[in-house]
Design a binder for this molecule. Structure first.
Ligand code: SAM
Length: 268
């Protein structure tokens, strides 16, 4: 996959794309990330990328010309072909007004050959970019950031770790919080039976088994795969019920899960 990041602060990405799985994906040749300096597409001596808004009002707005020129230099497929899905490319404008970014959207983007992430700044971006250049607007949450760079970093990281081969143990990305279809078959036995299926992930523990009087739950030490599966599933259900009850509606639940949920609802 190729990811193009368009920004007025190219140095911003030096850290985020050079560590962990994003770095690994690039080193393995699974991903290529290119940062484009928007100011390189200006033609005045001040390298102006912004201007005052028509109609008055606060702040400055990113001008359309450098953004159009920058994207035109990339050799992308036409917007028509991208939007129709004839080309596996997507141009995304980061915006607080966009569709919410979720694990499902990350999984959709991970299937593409190329994503272009356009980072806004100031009061935002000339609306003609959303209307005629970008294929979609994406928001990483209901709050306002000063720029799209951190949002682009979030999307790159969430997408890159879903590229086959990017994470050492692929099964782990199929059993995490928010993952809808758990197709993973773990070789270790216990894990393969309790994929998230829309729930939050179950709690994880590692050595030491006892730390400052805090012991690892006995079920996990039992070596009994069925007991471990049941314990993990119940903890995932509990945590989802407590922290994100909205997720329970879309989760795939068994009869056993529903019975357990009914019991904890009665208790609370
Ligand atoms: N005036 C805009 C509004 O009220 O919706 C906010 C503009 S914000 C200060 C500047 C830029 O930060 C936006 O153009 C966008 O690229 C980025 N941004 C801010 N919040 C974001 C969010 N929740 N998700 C994605 N990008 C965001």
């Amino acid at each position: 996959m190729k990811a193009d990041l368009v920004t007025i602060f190219p140095d911003f990405f030096r850290g985020p794309i050079d560590y962990g799985i994003t770095r690994r994906a690039q080193e393995l040749g699974l991903a290529e990330i290119q940062v484009h300096d928007l100011r390189a597409f200006t033609h005045d001596r001040h390298r102006t990328v912004d201007d005052r808004p028509f109609g008055g009002g606060e702040g400055m707005v990113l001008k359309p010309e450098p953004l159009f020129e920058c994207l035109e230099s990339m050799g992308l497929a036409s917007r028509e072909d991208r939007v129709a899905g004839r080309e596996k490319q997507s141009v995304i404008l980061l915006s607080a007004q966009g569709q919410r970014f979720t694990q499902k959207v990350a999984a959709e983007l991970a299937l593409l050959d190329r994503i272009v992430l356009v980072c806004g700044r100031y009061e935002g971006v000339d609306e003609r970019v959303a209307d005629f250049l970008a294929d979609r607007e994406i928001s990483i949450g209901d709050y306002v950031l000063s720029g799209g760079e951190i949002a682009a970093g979030v999307i790159v990281e969430a997408v890159m770790r879903l590229l086959p081969g990017a994470v050492g143990n692929e099964a782990s990305t199929q059993q995490e919080s928010f993952t809808i279809e758990a197709k993973a078959k773990s070789t270790s036995g216990a894990d393969s039976t309790c994929g998230s299926n829309g729930l939050l992930d179950y709690p994880h523990y590692t050595r030491p088994a006892e730390f400052r009087g805090m012991a690892v739950p006995e079920a996990l030490m039992s070596g009994n795969h069925e007991e471990i599966r049941k314990w993990r599933r119940q903890r995932a259900l509990e945590k989802t019920f407590r922290n994100r009850p909205d997720l329970l509606e879309g989760a795939t639940l068994s009869e056993e899960d529903n019975k357990f949920l009914a019991a904890i609802k009665n208790r609370s």
